[in-house]
Design a protein around this ligand. Structure first.
Ligand SMILES: O=C(O)C(=O)[C@@H](O)CO
Ligand SMILES: [Mg+2]
Length: 257
C-alpha cells in the first residue's frame, strides 16, 4: 500500500513547498492538498520536481470563508463564482501536474442545488483535459448542511453527468460516519472511485486509532488490485505530524514475494 500525505492536515506549520519535502523525507509516495492558491504554482512545481512526488489532488476554493461558505458549486446563485473557482483550480492543477480537482459543492439543498451542481460538474469535466474531477460526500457533523453527504447521492450524480473524468473521492472517515459498511461499499464503488482517503473514525485522528480496521481495508483493497496511494487526511495529535506516522509501518506490511 502506498500513501499520499494530505498537506491540508499534515505539516500545516510549514509553507507548502517545505511540506512537500517533509512528506518525501517521511516516505510518502505522493502528496495532496486542500487550497494551495496562496502559494505560487511555480514553487509547488519546483518542490514536486525536486522530490519526485506527484500532487494527487486539490480543491476548488471555499468561496467567502468569513461568510461560512465551503465551496460554491451547488449554489444556484453563485454560478459565475463556481465557474471561476473551477477555472482557477484547473489552471493550478495544470501548472503543477496535479492529478485531480475536487469540486466543492457548498451548503445547499434541493433540486435547484442538484441541477446547479450537475451543470457545474459538466462544465468542469468538459474543461478538465487529462485531470480527474472528484466529488466527495462529507459527514453531517463536520459539515452540517453540505450538499453532498452520502456515496449513494454521489453515485447517482456521477451516473447522471455521465462523463468518464468524473469520479468519487471515497473518504473512509466520512463514509464510516454517514453510512458504515466501508469495505463492502469500497469494493462495490471501486469502478467509479478516483481517490481514497483515510483517517481514524470518529475522531479523525491517526488511522490506527478508532473504530475502522485499516489493516483489513488495505488487505481488501490489495485483493481488489487497487494500488494507488491512499490519502492520509487525519489530524495528528498536538499537530506533530512526524510523531504520528507509526501507523505507516504497523497497519501495513507488504506481502512477501
Ligand atoms: O474534508 C475532507 O474530507 C476533504 O477531503 C477536503 O478536501 C474537503 O474540504
Ligand atoms: Mg476527505
Amino acid at each position: 500500500m502506498k500513501f499520499s500525505a494530505n498537506l491540508g492536515f499534515l505539516w500545516t506549520e510549514l509553507p507548502l513547498p517545505e511540506a512537500i519535502h517533509a512528506a518525501a523525507n517521511a516516505g510518502f509516495a505522493a502528496v495532496e492538498c486542500h487550497w494551495p492558491y496562496a502559494t505560487l504554482a511555480d514553487d509547488v512545481r519546483a518542490a514536486l520536481g525536486a522530490t519526485g512526488l506527484r500532487m494527487l489532488g486539490l480543491n476548488t476554493s471555499r468561496g467567502d470563508v468569513a461568510a461560512g461558505e465551503n465551496g460554491v458549486c451547488a449554489l444556484p446563485d453563485h454560478v459565475e463564482q463556481a465557474r471561476a473557482s473551477i477555472d482557477q483550480a484547473l489552471t493550478y492543477a495544470a501548472a503543477t501536474g496535479t492529478r485531480a480537482v475536487h469540486i466543492m459543492a457548498g451548503f445547499a439543498a434541493g433540486p435547484n442545488a442538484r441541477g446547479t451542481f450537475i451543470e457545474n460538474l459538466t462544465y468542469a469535466c468538459d474543461n478538465a483535459g487529462d485531470h480527474l474531477i472528484l466529488i466527495e460526500p462529507l459527514n453531517h457533523f463536520d459539515a452540517p448542511g453540505y450538499f453532498l453527504s452520502t456515496t449513494e447521492q454521489a453515485e447517482a450524480i456521477i451516473a447522471e453527468v455521465g462523463h468518464p473524468n468524473l469520479r468519487l473521492m471515497f473518504d473512509c472517515y466520512h463514509v464510516q460516519i454517514m453510512e458504515g459498511d466501508v469495505s463492502r461499499r469500497l469494493a462495490r464503488l471501486l469502478p467509479i472511485i478516483g481517490h481514497i482517503q483515510i483517517a481514524g473514525a470518529p475522531s479523525r485522528g491517526r488511522p490506527d486509532q478508532g473504530e475502522l480496521n485499516y489493516s483489513f481495508i488495505f488487505e481488501e483493497l490489495t485483493r481488489h488490485g487497487y494500488d494507488l496511494p491512499l490519502g492520509a487526511e487525519y489530524r495528528p495529535e498536538g499537530g506533530d505530524t512526524c510523531a504520528s506516522l507509526g501507523w505507516m509501518d504497523t497497519l501495513w506490511s507488504a506481502p512477501a514475494g
